[in-house]
Design a protein. Structure first.
Length: 165
């Protein structure tokens, strides 16, 4: 038998797909990511400038008035033993005139003293002996006293005497 060679059907040549769609998709993704990143940068920069302006405002107007409260001697809220806290508290307020007003007004001075006294009697010895405990106590005293002497602002609380026994 003679074999005749039959022509083999040609295999179809793979057509090259146009890369236009792929390039278009890549360019679109890059533009979207760039726009999103630029927008995020713009918003973060704007919020950072707002924060800087607020801190600059506070730095320009530090409290210059000093309100001295009489020394406190309180029982602490410890259950295992009797412990005492002796503390002198001074408040720094916005203006010296405001501080003088508070010192002269006995009702306001007594409200401040009562507010601080309530906070101090709720503390425990282990809570106020650490640096974190003292910072938290300062913060809570500032919040409590600021609510009493509105609209004046308490910018800092100073302890000139702090003894736990």
């Amino acid at each position: 038998m003679s074999e005749t060679q039959q022509p083999q059907p040609e295999q179809p040549v793979a057509k090259k797909k146009p890369r236009g769609k792929l390039v278009f998709i890549i360019i679109t993704v890059v533009i979207l990511l760039g726009g999103g990143g630029g927008g995020a940068y713009w918003f973060m920069r704007a919020s950072a400038q707002g924060t800087d302006a607020a801190t600059e405002d506070k730095e320009q107007h530090p409290g210059t008035g000093l309100v001295s409260l009489e020394p406190f001697v309180v029982n602490l809220a410890d259950t295992d033993a009797r412990r005492y806290l002796r503390i002198n508290v001074r408040l720094i307020v916005d203006e010296p005139e405001v501080a003088a007003e508070i010192q002269e007004n006995q009702v306001t001075a007594m409200r401040l003293r009562a507010g601080v006294l309530e906070l101090l009697t709720q503390q425990t010895a282990s809570g106020v002996q650490t640096a974190e405990g003292k910072a938290a106590l300062k913060k809570s005293i500032a919040e409590r006293t600021a609510s009493i002497i509105k609209p004046a602002e308490v910018s800092d609380v100073l302890f000139s005497d702090f003894v736990v026994q």
